[in-house]
Structure formats: C-alpha cells, structure tokens
Design a protein around this ligand. Structure first.
Ligand SMILES: [Zn+2]
Length: 341
C-alpha cells in the first residue's frame, strides 16, 4: 500500500477498499479498523522514541480472522451456523454455550482448520467454598513445577519431542519452489506439527491448573520474569513450558473455584532457606538445598516453593513482608472455540 502511493491510506480509503471484498459490512469495517489501528500504533511508538519496524504488508494469507460484533446480525447460531455471506456451515460443537452470545470470530489456523469462537456473557457465579490448603509453586526448567507439598510435576517437553519431526518438514518445505503448489502442501505439514505441539501443551496446562485450583485455597506463584529469562538463552525451554499461559489459566480458573492467587517477589527464592531464611548461593547443577545454618536438607525446587508460600502468607498475616504480593482477581471472559467442519 505505502509502496504504491507513498502515503498511508486514511481510514475512509481503507473502508472503500474493503467494500468490494464481498464480506459482511460489519466485518469489513472491523478489518479496516484493525489495519488503521496498526498504522496509528506504529506512529505513536515512534513519537515516544521507541524502536519499531515499518508496518509490514499483510498478504491475504495472513488475514486469519473475521469478526462479527453483534449477535443475530450477520450470523445466527441454531443447529448450524449461518454466516453472512457464506451461508449455512455445519459446525462441530465442543461444548454448549452458556449465557447469551455477544460476538463471533471466525478464525483460520495455520494448519488450515477453521474455528468459530463465540463470546458470551454469563451471569457471574458465586464461587464455591474452597477448603483446601495453601500451596506454593516454583516453576522450573528441569521440572515444570515443584509444589511446597513436595510434589514434583514433570515437564512434558512437547516441543522437544516434535522438534526432529519439525526439522524434517521444515527442510522439505525450504527445498520446494517458492510460491509453488508443493510448497503450500509442505507449509501445511509444518503448521500441523506446530498445532499439535500447541494443543498438547494447552491440554497439559488446562488439566494441571484445574487440579491445582480445586485442591488448594491459596496458590502462591512467583511474579513471572520469563521475559528476562528467555533473553538469557533459556528461550526454548521457557516458551516450551508455557509459564505465562499457565499463570493465566490458574488465575481465571481460581476465581470460579474459590481459590486465591498471590504473586510474590521472585528474588532469591532459590537461595533462601525455607526454615530459617539464611541465604546460600547454589549453582544450577546443585539439586538439593542443604542449609549450613539449620541443617535443613530438601529438594532445591521444593525449598523454593516453600519460600514462595511463606512470602505469600506472611504478607496476608500482616507482618513486615507486605508489599511483596500482588493479588489477581478478575481475568477476561473465556471464549468457547468450535471447530468448523
Ligand atoms: Zn536454614
């Protein structure tokens, strides 16, 4: 766009352009709105002296979703999903929709599958009483997590398992002629592996977070520093582990389960002794915490989990450790994705 005209299109030109795309009017509007917002954002960042790239050209391939902002306007859900201008589509419902539907997003994954995502308003439920104990959780690299109860949760290492497979497919893809049909096919294969990784990761995280919020009334986590850590070459393991995703899930699930989530200051949780508070430094290779002061000997991550729990509960008991915690209560509404057949 910019290359053609030498200036960015205004919102109204963009709207004229999408008008002929043959989509539903409100959907068109949203696309032009999205593009315009992206351009505006770049200029805003430049004004604030932030380093940012030039807005990139988006090929039609990269348009992944269509948005319908109003229920029964442009789409209607009964047994099938009727969507303007595509007509009736058979969908595979993964679960019933609770509450009243507000918006619809049709989303295309890189693997070529289409999903229909409904946002619905649901009357807020009274949280169930939770009689569980408090727990501290140390998220790790060697293991996914250690609980202050002594339980160790192993890392599922999804990406690593699929990595070899991925490498083979990626190599095949790169050998195909650009823009060729075979390249398209190879691209789809790579995307499918990525999708499998993402699916099994989120499945693991959903199950784990569900179990934790229903078993424990208070969950103490470290305030996440994965941004800093992934810059220090731990990248793959951390992203693989999906800490952020996990923390988000725990937060929104906790609300309904009547559990509370507390984020504590992550500094020195591995050095501190959970019994006497003495700080001893350890190398990453040392797997046990052996305190020279009080003689406590414990798995290093379990010790860290105990320290995290201590920080979370000390703050609420009104001692001097306050200021360390952030309590997270409400998270965004959960959307129910449906597979479009
Ligand atoms: Zn000690």
């Amino acid at each position: 766009m910019y290359g053609e005209f030498g200036y960015f299109p205004t919102k109204s030109t963009l709207q004229l352009m999408v008008k002929n795309a043959g989509l539903f009017s409100q959907t068109q509007q949203e696309i032009s709105h999205r593009l315009h917002a992206a351009v505006v954002k770049v200029f805003r960042m430049k004004q604030h002296g932030k380093i940012c790239g030039f807005p990139r050209f988006k090929s039609f391939d990269r348009m992944k979703s269509l948005y319908y902002p109003q229920n029964d306007v442009g789409f209607h859900l009964s047994k099938k999903l009727r969507v303007n201008p595509f007509g009736e589509i058979a969908i595979k419902k993964h679960r019933e929709i609770k509450g009243s539907i507000k918006t619809l997003t049709l989303k295309k994954e890189a693997s070529g599958k289409w999903f229909a995502i409904f946002c619905a308003d649901e009357p807020r439920k009274q949280p169930k009483p939770n009689s569980g104990k408090p727990v501290g959780i140390d998220l790790g690299l060697l293991n996914f997590a250690a609980l202050s109860t002594g339980e160790i949760i192993n890392n599922p290492r999804h990406l690593r398992r699929y990595e070899q497979k991925l490498a083979v497919f990626q190599k095949r893809r790169s050998r195909k002629k650009r823009k060729g049909r075979n390249r398209q096919k190879a691209k789809l294969k790579v995307a499918r592996v990525h999708e499998r990784v993402a699916n099994s990761r989120s499945d693991f995280l959903h199950k784990l977070s569900k179990r934790l919020v229903s078993n424990y009334s208070l969950i103490a986590l470290e305030r996440l520093t994965s941004k800093e850590m992934s810059q220090q070459n731990f990248g793959k393991s951390i992203n693989d582990a999906g800490w952020n995703m996990f923390a988000n899930m725990v937060c929104y699930k906790a609300e309904e389960a009547g559990s509370r989530v507390v984020f504590v200051n992550p500094i020195d949780t591995t050095k501190e002794c959970s019994t006497c508070g003495t700080k001893t430094s350890k190398s990453l290779a040392e797997r046990t915490h052996a305190c020279p002061f009080c003689g406590l000997s414990l798995d290093r991550d379990v010790n860290a989990a105990l320290v995290i729990l201590k920080r979370a509960t000390a703050g609420t008991a009104g001692s001097n450790a306050s200021g360390n915690e952030t309590i997270v209560s409400s998270m965004k509404e959960e959307a129910a994705p449906f597979r479009v057949q």
